[in-house]
Write a protein that binds this ligand. Structure first.
Ligand SMILES: [Zn+2]
Length: 198
């Protein structure tokens, strides 16, 4: 949850050393599962703003470059892996089905860790292609988004930063970049550009 609601202080540490100010648009996505499969319903929320200080951005950039994670992101998979090992060891030669379930948990734990590490490695490559200033700004947005709420009731919340980069995007780019439905991408484009004229 947001620790520091005051938009004049860093959302992460509350520092008054303002550095990266973000205006952003909230996207609400509801996943509906029915017989026909899964549908998405999207709506745009309000625009809001907040700030991240330079130290918090630099800290996140350091984590991305070193590919270190908050351990809690890998912890669920490590727990599944360890549980699988324990189940397998204790059921070996006794119960074949439970032994297989244990092995499945081990595989699931390994795959989970692998995919998280892979995501981190792709992210590091993306950042290493940027200039230091751009990388810091990206890292500031990354850490900023982590601090914002992920859910509003059943809706998933995602955020579009209102920056020169997103203002230069076409509907289609917004759609792909922020996983928007076509109509919502158009609406988002309009909101972004009408704000600019204000
Ligand atoms: Zn900070």
């Amino acid at each position: 949850m947001i620790k520091y609601m005051n938009e004049n202080t860093c959302i992460i540490c509350g520092s008054k050393e303002k550095k990266y100010d973000f205006d952003y648009l909230v996207v609400q996505t509801l996943h509906i599962r029915d017989i026909g499969g899964e549908k998405r319903v999207q709506a745009l929320g309000e625009t809001d703003s907040g700030t991240v200080c330079k130290s918090c951005a630099a800290k996140r950039l350091g984590q991305i470059e070193a590919q270190t994670f908050p351990v809690k992101r890998l912890a669920p998979f490590i727990a599944i892996f360890l549980l699988g090992v324990i189940i397998s060891v204790f059921s070996i030669g006794k119960d074949r089905i439970i032994f297989m379930l244990g092995l499945a948990a081990v595989a699931c734990g390994i795959m989970g860790c692998y995919s998280r590490l892979k995501v981190a490695s792709v992210k590091r490559k993306k950042y290493s292609a940027l200039s230091n200033d751009d990388a810091l700004e990206e890292a500031a947005w990354d850490v900023f988004c982590d601090a914002l709420p992920k859910k509003d009731g059943d809706n998933d919340l995602t955020y579009i930063p209102i920056t020169e980069k997103t203002l230069a995007m076409k509907n289609g780019d917004l759609m792909i970049m922020y996983d928007l439905l076509p109509d919502i991408a158009k609406e988002a484009w309009n909101i972004l550009h009408n704000r600019k004229q204000d």
